[in-house]
Design a protein around this ligand. Structure first.
Ligand SMILES: N[C@@H](CCC(=O)N[C@@H](CS)C(=O)NCC(=O)O)C(=O)O
Length: 340
């Protein structure tokens, strides 16, 4: 009897594995609503910034667009919700947004006690310091006694305290929630130093400094800031889909599939390309979406190199090197799990 029920259970698992994935409640809600609600930052050039028409763009925005393309075949079924660092986790926990795609650092506390799941790392970063060039500071070790502008509810605040304590230096924090206000405080000289993720410093310098060259980003990175999309606990299918959305963009880069050549690549004889683009296999179906999910992502949004170069890399104002964000086979950490 026991053996029989085990056999039935095993059979059921096999049937489930071979068929379409069962969608979880959050993915179901997104499908029923016809729209993804994506929590983004309030305005960080290169990551998520709305133009004068209210059109959002950036690396984090493109992850929302890619998810929309995977689910709906179009990247435009997204509603953007701007959130400060302080607001973001409550907004996700309460269901106001489906996910955060908003330069959020993956930490143990957030992953567990906040009831959240980090799906991937779409940008590896570290915390840095920016100072006016005229102060003549060359290293973070010279910042003893400095007044430091920092946003609350961030890892930035915690790392700042750790760093100064570890180096036996004093500092005076000036804690300001809103990005425009903290930037104004720094540029008006209320603080000697602005600290946040190094990519954030580059964004602020390009967007808000009167003369960007008048400000230097010091060489020290004082922390690891793996930034990535976050969902709530309780819907493994949505977690899977967000994760594989990022991986699909990486895999496309690795295979040389771009938004420009993706239609030609449908004829590729490479089995990996065929699986990615839904020419063979049932990858999409297993994720609870169309088998053309990754084709739609690459066609309408691009592969990871395309979105990186455009928003934060060589073709953008920020010109941030690929560095840790290069693919694993080019000396970086970006590594897609096998799509098979
Ligand atoms: N990665 C850090 C910091 C994230 C963060 O929110 N940084 C600020 C400074 S760059 C920001 O993005 N502000 C944008 C906003 O408030 O909209 C974290 O997850 O705590």
């Amino acid at each position: 009897m026991k053996r029989l029920s085990t056999a039935i259970a095993t059979g059921a698992v096999l049937v489930l594995a071979a068929g379409a994935a069962q969608a979880g409640k959050d993915l179901d809600a997104i499908k029923a609503r016809g729209q993804v609600i994506c929590g983004v930052s309030t305005g960080l050039a290169g990551f998520s910034l709305a133009d004068s028409q209210g059109k959002w763009a950036g690396l984090d925005v493109d992850l929302c667009r890619a998810l929309s393309a995977a689910i709906f075949g179009s990247p435009d079924k997204v509603k953007y919700q701007a959130l400060t660092a302080q607001q973001r986790f409550t907004a996700l926990q309460s269901g106001e947004v489906d996910l955060l795609s908003r330069n959020t650092t993956w930490t143990l506390t957030r992953d567990t006690s906040l009831g959240l799941n980090f799906a991937a790392v779409n940008f590896y970063d570290g915390q840095g310091f920016m100072v006016p060039k005229k102060l003549g500071v060359k290293s973070a070790r010279e910042l003893a006694g400095a007044t430091v502008c920092v946003q609350p509810g961030t890892t930035t605040e915690l790392n700042l305290a750790d760093y100064f304590r570890a180096n036996r230096m004093d500092f005076k924090p000036v804690v300001i929630e809103r990005l425009d206000e903290i930037n104004a405080a720094y540029f008006s000289g209320r603080c000697d130093v602005l600290t946040t993720d190094a990519s954030g410093l580059a964004s602020v310098r390009i967007k808000d400094a009167k003369v960007p060259e008048d400000h230097v980003i010091l060489p020290e990175l004082i922390s690891k800031e793996p930034l990535g999309p976050v969902v709530r606990h309780g819907d493994d299918q949505l977690l899977d889909l967000v994760k594989w959305t990022h991986y699909a963009m990486l895999e496309a880069e690795e295979l040389g599939v771009t938004s420009k050549n993706v239609d030609d690549q449908l004829k590729s004889s490479n089995p990996g390309t065929q699986r990615l683009l839904g020419v063979s296999g049932d990858m999409g179906k297993m994720l609870g979406v169309d088998n053309k999910w990754a084709y739609n992502i690459v066609k309408t949004v691009g592969n990871y190199a395309e979105i990186y170069d455009k928003h934060v890399g060589k073709d953008s104002a920020l010109k941030i090197e690929r560095g840790l964000n290069a693919l694993w086979n080019k000396g970086g950490l970006q590594y897609a799990m096998p799509i098979r």
